[in-house]
Design a protein around this ligand. Sequence first.
Ligand code: AMP
Length: 392
Amino acid sequence: MVESLARRILGAAGYRRIETPAFEATELFARGVGVATDIVQKEMYTFDDGSGRSLTLRPEGTAPVCRAYLEHGMHKLPQPVKLWYLSSFFRYEAPQAGRYRQFWQVGAEAIGTAEPAADAELIVLLAALLDALGVRECRLRLSSLGTPETRAEYRDELQGYLRGHEDELSAEVRARIDANPLRAFDSTHPGTRAVMAGAPVLLDRLAPDDAEHFAQVCALLNDAGLHYELDPTLVRGLDYYTRTVFEFASDALGAQSGVGGGGRYDRLIEQLDGPPTPACGWAVGIERMLLAAGELPTAPSPVDLFVALAPGGDHRVAFGLATNARRAGLAAQLELAGRSLKGQLRHADRIGARYVAIVTDPMTLKDMESGEQQQTMPDAIIPTILRGSRLT
Ligand code: AMP
């Protein structure tokens, strides 16, 4: 369901599926995600492959996709290259509802475009996916982080501000003033929150072209009728973002309310030794989408034929009939549990089989809708089912 919706929504916008390996060189994440991030510092499953190489189970999808983009010469294709994935990821975190050590994400990346329309397109596509899945009580928060230069200046300013209020901050925030001062905005500590209420915000410090980029993204989202909140304190847990950042959260979830998010990462490809390549993307957690969507209707898969084996019936005939039925395009299942004939018929009824072939001599075909059954030639079974004929 998630996969087919993602394929339809993202495929229609020109995104093509990519699958990267489950593990990568540890260095990719250290360089790509950022050494100061929680992911790299605490959450990676890192191991040695026996020949001295350090490998890591992928904790996120963007750095691997960028590595693949460079390694497979996709920077020589017409740009942008638009890709999506549906894969499992691994983070060493304390498990709780909506937070697992192995989890699944759908992600989309548009690599090789600086256009505000790419940011807006990606956000609109994620909103469409969430909507199609029926994710409830979803809110979109939006901000811009500017360029690394603006961010560095702002970081200095924020660090100065935090140092001026060091006594009022939580020990954790105080310890990270140097490494990651922006995380102070995430703190739930009352003293820190009071300090942060008066802290300078990056949105007010954007360079004119970044401010213009952000204004265009906002205008396009307004035109698309998407509701969002500007949140200048939005901090994403990965270091590579520049300019636009966004996050969808659902009040239908508990503490882990983040459903998915992303942003622009204009310097990441260069950081991985590629040419300057602006890009933008998002990732959304599949388990969280499903939790926030509540019950999904699941249609039972149809069974055209159940092949039952009567005592003394020939196993090979039964196997051959099921195989030929599948080759003819029918959904066919074979008895594999050694049930009694009565048990097999009950099971066939439970799984909603339309017909049951009872392999005995002579062969019998039972129409489960009318309850009729008749002896039949083995060769006549598949054509009868294909015609959808009612046995009378
Ligand atoms: P991130 O890559 O951290 O921006 O995460 C994107 C989305 O993936 C989050 O909003 C969650 O929906 C999901 N996610 C991240 N970590 C986990 C986890 N440990 N368990 C389940 N889902 C997760």
